[in-house]
Design a protein around this ligand. Sequence first.
Ligand code: NG6
Ligand code: CA
Length: 512
Amino acid sequence: MTKSYCLPLAALLVPAAHCAATDSQPRKPNVVLIYADDLGFGDLECYGAKNVATPNANRLADEGIRFTNGYASAATSTPSRYTMLTGQYAWRREGTDVAPGNAGMIIRPEQFTMADVFKGAGYATGAFGKWHLGLGDSTATQDWNAQLPAALGDLGFDYSYIMAATADRVPCVFIENGHVADYDPTAPIEVDYHKNFPGEPTGRDNPELLTKLKPSHGHNQSIVNGISRIGYMRGGGKALWKDENIADSITSHALSFISKHADEPFFMYFATNDVHVPRFPHDRFRGKNPMGLRGDAIAQFDWSVGKILHALDSLGLSDNTLVILSSDNGPVVDDGYADMAEELLNGHSPTGGLRGGKYSAFEGGTRVPVIVRWPAGNVPKGIVSEALVSQVDWLAAMASLTGQRIPRGHALDSRAEALTTLLSGDMATQRPYVLEQANNKSLSVRTPKWKYIEPSRGPEMIPWGPKIETGYRPHPQLYDMTHSGELEDVASKYPDVVAELAEILATERSRQ
Ligand code: NG6
Ligand code: CA
């Protein structure tokens, strides 16, 4: 049985977040948003994972609130991240689907972002790891050998050390403040998502060069570090990443940021590459977990969490740092590399028993771990909350936390009231409903009791490789979430509920 707690509101109002720090007033809290990639609802030990130890995530849960109805806004990365960082549903805007590595910057500089919230409040702001929201003015026009004309500095981040897209997409280099990190002038970088560069090997034509991982579907274009990717690139030289070092690189840059800003409030967006494909963790983890590389990647993710928590501890910052841990979408086992993830699950359920998975309209697509810890903010310790929370609200919640006003016309889907729910787990303040976007852009509505999936076109299983039920049906579906989850479609029994939830969607769609 889970329990939820209700805190008196006064308890949430310390420290006075919008006041400047003085001797008599507590300092504004630091905010660390740990954002995993493809980490499922059931992938952490504290959420019931089998075969993998996640002591650091467990510690966060023991010291904070673990939500069991927390949602990413979409079942893939780009739209989830777009929604969370802008407070605006991705489905309202074209061009927010899974982005290639040479996409132009999708969030435009004039949009108000979560980083802008913190910048306005006088915080140091940093982004680390997976970006996947495009860079530069427009798609395929980037010169990767020069400063990119549009980058995270235009979105409120003072400092950034990021991967342009994902580890399975070129360019396979880190970008630091809009410029390729460790740029190698002897190996100019070119990227193309349509055609290969003459003479460059590919996974399709040169499988003998795939020394680290082979594709199971797709992912057979340029080869970098013995792994073939999506898209073509050449050059890069010393700047090319080694997959086994990605977690270390991201984490070490994040740790430097924390120590550099230990004496002033900071916001850190820490977006890991784990546990997305290609999974090829460091030797410290590789080959150690009974579930193979996917288990190793979860262990590596947890290690990164531990490094961040340890840095906060050792600088005396843990008490007044709000840490939020979540994921961009639900889990996928085989997402395109032959890493034995499917065969080695050994009874582990990445979705924690939810139906579907990444990409899908079923709960496995968007219901993800959400853990919140902030001792000085009186966030209760070690409780489990069933309150509905959605990442779409986190921008407005952070604005409320830091006393910032959101400019008119921005972040219109984001609800500031979510701050109370996030910091208390209080069911009474929860969102009345959460919207979930599937890979085919169909939407679902989740209320405390119901899940409505709108009719949409598409196959019942993902057709290109992952063994995942999509949840797409040509007719409306309704599930009683207090009863059997998404097992029994009761739409025909409750036509009024179907109509009411369909109306919520219609109203949301017409709102902006
Ligand atoms: C898919 C990729 C998959 C993954 C996904 C995006 C193929 C066959 N599959 O198109 O491997 O990269 O896109 O994942 O190319 S996400 O978590 O970044 O949204
Ligand atoms: Ca993802």
